[in-house]
Design a protein around this ligand. Structure first.
Ligand SMILES: [Ca+2]
Ligand SMILES: [Ca+2]
Length: 182
């Protein structure tokens, strides 16, 4: 003989109370999530802005960083701007245009101050409503012990705008060697 163990299950009332409490809690949580999602920035627009900014950053960083304008015969050998007939100065040189057929932008610094960008370098329009601006500035890079001086380091800042939203990314481009063209 053995004693019958007393079993204690869940009554219907207890089950219903449980379901009601979980239901109310879930509704509250979902409402908060929904409000957060609605008031946050549209992720599609942010991704689009980031893609545009990164594309422009790549375009600028891929440019040469030389003392002389690359059309200057001294460009390949110059180790300072003093020997250049046409030194590369901040901003584009006279006649240069972005992606131009004859005298295109040919240095990182040529992009400084470019605003209202709405196309790629080949002229393809960016998605409607997006614009971009670029600044380039000498900026020392790294710790004091191994500092890249401002003369050999440029800070590139790309800002993409859509309505009232802005997205900014920054990147550095350093001079690979004083007298090399790239
Ligand atoms: Ca320039
Ligand atoms: Ca130039």
């Amino acid at each position: 003989m053995y004693a019958r163990s007393r079993q204690h299950g869940v009554t219907l009332i207890e089950l219903i109370v449980f379901i009601v409490i979980v239901g109310v809690a879930l509704t509250g949580m979902l409402t908060v999530l929904n409000l957060t999602g609605r008031s946050g920035a549209d992720p599609m627009i942010r991704k689009q802005m980031l893609a545009i900014a990164e594309g422009l950053m790549d375009e600028v960083a891929a440019q040469p960083f030389t003392w002389c304008d690359p059309n200057d015969p001294a460009a390949a050998t110059a180790i300072s701007a003093a020997v250049c007939a046409t030194p590369e100065v901040m901003g584009f040189e006279a006649g240069e245009t972005r992606g131009g057929a004859v005298t295109p932008f040919d240095n990182v610094n040529d992009y400084n101050g470019l605003a209202g960008i709405s196309t790629s370098i080949t002229g393809t329009a960016m998605p409607a409503g997006y614009t971009a601006a670029i600044t380039v500035a000498p900026s020392a890079l790294g710790p004091a012990a191994s500092l890249v001086p401002a003369a050999a380091s440029l800070l590139i800042t790309v800002t993409v705008s859509f309505n009232t939203e802005n997205l900014t990314i920054e990147g550095y481009r350093t001079r690979y060697a004083p007298n090399s063209l790239p």
